[in-house]
Design a binder for this molecule. Structure first.
Ligand code: SF4
Length: 322
């Protein structure tokens, strides 16, 4: 079966071996973050919709789980904001009732969490991973370029509401861009917000792959450590650098009928180094290079050298950065 709504499993930095579920069309989001690894947002909206018939998604999941795959998480993520999908609640409930042994995570930018229907939809998840970057509107808008009608404090208030209703874990991502949200005032504001939200974990994150805009630079490990110290919260941790735990051949044979399509799908969703693709697929570098050449014969692949190595991606991701 050719999958359209599920992808991976990928080796996620925070969630280990993770099957992705993408319920929104490519780059449909309530934000247009300057650091987005999927490139610039093409459809910016705060309107929830059923973007795809939910049965299409459920059929893919039934087929995929018929093989009893080994996963650390099933993760709602992808190339846009997953809570924009009005199907997310149905899909989570289906997974919880049909495959209760799997853990479910939701990656969200938090922009819709003031809405009770959105919170209700994601309450059955085991872990929710929202993002904040600033409590000041000017900085918040500079980083996320949100759709009209959402403010920095809406995010904090939405997360407070979620905390009061949700018994699962909240792992709060604080995204750091040096020189943008790293002043004493910014960090004081973030510390106060974190105290209000009471997350189970706080994870500092920074640019790891090419972002949507060229001026965005990553924070160094030493900077992140210092910011963690300034935030002064117990349990603050930096998102670990990418780990490569899977060795060649460790994927389940026959899990994907077409490895070339799988590699194509990975780089279509986000820029990847050869090591990223090895980690997600278990294929060797040689095999992957051959596959990249094969993909290149039918569609465009671009390369970009960054600190972590050469990233391969499909230009529809709009990495024509300024
Ligand atoms: S980083 Fe996430 S929230 Fe920001 S634009 Fe990309 S998909 Fe949307």
């Amino acid at each position: 079966m050719q999958y359209s709504h599920i992808f991976g499993p990928v080796h996620s930095r925070r969630l280990g071996r993770s099957l992705g579920i993408d319920l929104v069309p490519f780059k449909t989001c309530s934000y247009n973050c300057v650091y987005c690894e999927c490139g610039r947002t093409t459809v910016e909206t705060m309107e929830r919709q059923e973007f795809f018939p939910v049965n299409e998604v459920l059929d893919e999941l039934r087929e995929y789980f018929s093989r009893s795959p080994k996963l650390d998480f099933i993760t709602f993520s992808g190339s846009g904001e997953p809570t924009l999908s009005s199907s997310i609640g149905d899909v989570i409930r289906f997974l919880k009732s049909s495959y209760p042994s799997y853990l479910i995570a939701v990656l969200t930018n938090g922009s819709l969490l003031l809405r009770p229907d959105v919170r209700e939809d994601i309450l059955p998840a085991d872990v929710i991973l929202p993002t904040i970057s600033s409590v000041f509107d000017e900085t918040y808008r500079k980083i996320h370029r949100p759709a009209p009608g959402v403010s920095a404090m809406d995010i904090v208030e939405g997360l407070e509401c979620l905390r009061s209703e949700y018994s699962g874990e909240i792992w709060l991502e604080v995204f750091i861009i040096p020189g943008i949200n790293t002043s004493v005032e910014e960090l004081d504001g973030l510390r106060a917000a974190i105290e209000r939200i009471c997350p189970d974990r706080v994870q500092l994150n920074t640019l790891d792959r090419p972002g949507a805009e060229r001026w965005v630079k990553p924070a160094s490990p030493a900077q992140l450590e210092e910011i963690g110290r300034i935030l002064g919260l117990s349990g603050v941790e930096a998102v670990e650098p990418v780990r490569y735990e899977l060795s060649a051949g460790s994927t389940m044979p026959g899990q994907w009928s077409d490895d070339v399509a799988r590699v194509h799908e990975l780089i279509r969703r986000r820029p990847c180094t050869l090591e990223d693709i090895c980690a997600s697929t278990g294929l060797s570098r040689r095999e992957i290079l051959k596959m990249l050449r094969k993909i290149q014969s039918g569609s465009r692949i671009e390369e970009k050298r960054e600190e972590r190595g050469i990233f391969y991606f499909c230009p529809e991701q709009d990495h024509t950065r300024v």
